[in-house]
Design a protein around this ligand. Sequence first.
Ligand code: SAM
Length: 265
Amino acid sequence: MTTPDTTKSETQSQAETIDFGFREVARADKQGLVRGVFDAVADKYDVMNDVMSGGLHRLWKARMIDALYMRPKARLRLVDVAGGTGDIALRAHARAQKLGTALDAHIIDANAEMMKAGRQRQAVQSQGEHMHFTTGIAEQLPLPDASADMLTIAFGIRNVTDRAAALQEAHRVLRPGGRFVCLEFSHMPSAVLQKAYDAYSFNLIPPMGALVAGERAAYQYLVESIRRFPTANAFLGELEAAGFARAEAQLLSGGIAALHMGWRL
Ligand SMILES: C[S@@+](CC[C@H](N)C(=O)[O-])C[C@H]1O[C@@H](n2cnc3c(N)ncnc32)[C@H](O)[C@@H]1O
């Protein structure tokens, strides 16, 4: 197995080609290829998350909700970019409910099939008009300036063609004092553990994707795209370049995933 070392942050916007897993593709083609991946897995997406991570994604998402530092307010406005089937928005709703606070969640996703699967979830339906699903891309959010208290993106930024544009958009849409939290797969500081994790993910995840979702290629893309994403520290530099203050990262499960956080001042 050859793993290209692209954990350094790149100036993506200037290149004519971009990574799609371990392949280099024309920038103009990446969004369509990513759409193909999520079209293929939409129906099985939620169950596959549990299968592949052994349920760990639930703990990571709980930590993401903690990192929002939600405080009671008349009505909190959450924008969940690349929100897919609405998992993060649902968890934010549950936390707001505990605080006795109303929350409106705007889920923006490039893929209509993922959102269709989300709208079919009973938990989503029970939130009624407090869950809005809108088709759109992270690089061009269909939302006004300073319209969100919190902006989240979970396992989405890795798939985005122009990360710098997506981070600038997140900054634009947050109100001053707003919170940005991005959950993404990351890299393990321990070379030994990273090697063991590589062996697990390259040898087991694509076959599991084939078995459970009938989609080996989509899960091959998943494991490759994880390796192409920058380290948490490199990505923090991108947050700072987009204007986020007090940018910080927190490794989860030894670096399998990481939270990347900042404030819009
Ligand atoms: C791995 S799923 C994550 C879904 C959800 N956030 C979660 O954690 O369960 C990635 C999502 O990113 C969406 N996506 C990919 N590229 C995007 C883009 N440029 N803008 C918005 N959404 C995008 C995909 O359609 C997909 O629903």
